[in-house]
Design a protein around this ligand. Structure first.
Ligand code: PLP
Length: 394
């Protein structure tokens, strides 16, 4: 059975070119970049090159790039740094729909004396900008808002939000883990102070990430240790991972157009045809600006987990909720924040495509999914075919 992988917001395939670029750093070129000898030094040179490639994709300066181990570390570092460098300011502004890397950290901080404001979203997952503006106060240490939502793909107006924060002297961090490589980013012309990336979301391996810190931003390291990353993140560098991420960023720049044309068209075709064939289904966040690769579809009166299991029989990989929350039967916090009714949020599936998906795969999914939903609805005690479509349904 072949695998139809449409779970790219959970993780991506390492690109063959990335694999090729990183492999020598496991065997032939395994030196420590901090070593004084030439053998190690040549690795240091490749890390500098990778830093330049990441900076180029972001429109940043190479010195503004700090390599980390993952998106979660980058998010934690940004928020903790802002709190440490601004003693006395104890307020954090974030949103209700952040990834656990930000959300759970903020809940932890709230239990430890910090004040946290979570900005609500509307039915389409759009940020309530009036509420946001009102939430910024004299004691706000940092705003942390995701660029694009991992479950729905909904894009927040982070540039506008960052300008508002900056005009009040507040640091602005964005979790851009899902945005980088999918939509253009230019930090050269931006008010964003810090930004997080995760390698495994853009065809680099797991175990490498980046925190961008704008030049001049007050910063305190999270991992304290050696002088690596100019004293901003202790720990011997994940050389192969960093070189891989540099290559992945170079490729992401080259593939940006394909992502926003062909991949977007595939996503739109998938969505349109599933909605056409399945009554009482809806796209969550479909009315908002979204990433080109993500589609979160709710099917009324069916269990997301059951849909996943039946799709798995055909080799179709997708998610219900985010990968981190599936396993629990709680509907996703993102869909709940959007006010998606229980009967719809429980049966939501996230399809997330990449440049490696094909039209044949989309046609295959469009053929297999509708009978799966029909079969599950026949078994569901909640399914009332004669009832009016639920208010949110189509
Ligand atoms: N932020 C977002 C929006 C994500 O989607 C993820 C991963 O799913 C993370 C942060 C965490 O990244 P990592 O898995 O590299 O820690």
């Amino acid at each position: 059975m072949t695998t139809v992988y449409m779970d790219n917001n959970a993780t991506t395939q390492v690109a063959p070119e990335v694999m090729e670029a990183m492999l020598p750093y496991f065997h032939d070129l395994y030196g420590n970049p901090s070593s004084a000898h030439t053998f190690g030094g040549q690795v240091g040179h490749k890390i500098r090159e990778a830093r330049e490639k990441v900076a180029e994709l972001l429109g940043a300066l190479p010195d503004e790039i700090i390599f980390t181990s993952c998106g979660s570390e980058s998010d934690n570092t940004a928020i903790m740094s802002a709190l440490q460098t601004q003693e006395g300011k104890n307020h954090i502004v974030t949103s209700r729909v952040e990834h656990p890397a930000v959300k759970v950290l903020c809940s932890h901080l709230a239990k430890n004396g910090y004040r946290v404001t979570e900005i609500p979203v509307d039915r389409e997952g759009r940020l309530d900008m009036d509420h946001y503006k009102e939430s910024l106060t004299q004691d706000t240490a940092i705003v942390s808002l995701m660029w694009a939502n991992n479950e729905t793909g909904v894009i927040f107006p982070v540039e506008e939000a960052a300008r508002m924060a900056k005009s009040r002297g507040i640091l602005f961090h964005t979790d851009a883990v899902q945005a980088v490589g999918k939509i253009p980013i230019d930090l050269g012309n931006s008010s964003i102070d810090m930004l997080s990336i995760s390698g495994h979301k853009l065809h680099a391996p797991k175990g490498v990430g980046v925190l961008y810190v704008r030049k001049g931003t007050k910063y305190a390291p999270f991992l304290i240790g050696g002088h690596q990353e100019r004293g901003r993140r202790g720990g011997t560098e994940n050389t192969a991972g960093i070189i891989a991420l540099g290559k992945a960023c170079e490729l992401a720049g080259e593939h940006m157009e394909d992502e926003n044309t062909r991949v977007k068209a595939l996503r739109d075709k998938l969505e349109k045809n599933i909605l056409k064939k399945v009554p009482r289904s809806r796209v969550n966040g479909g009315g908002a600006e979204r990433l080109p690769n993500t589609s979160n579809i709710s099917f009324e009166s069916v269990e997301g987990e059951a849909i996943l299991l039946l799709m798995d029989e055909f080799g179709i990989c997708a998610s219900s909720g985010s990968a981190c929350t599936s396993g629990s039967l709680q509907p996703s916090h993102v869909l709940r924040a959007m006010g998606v009714p229980f009967t719809m949020s429980h049966g939501s599936i996230r399809f997330s495509l990449s440049i490696y998906n094909t039209e044949e795969e989309v046609d295959f999914v469009v053929e297999k999914v509708p009978p799966i939903i029909e079969r599950l609805r026949e078994l569901s005690p909640f399914w009332k075919p004669e009832e009016e479509a639920c208010a949110t349904g189509t």
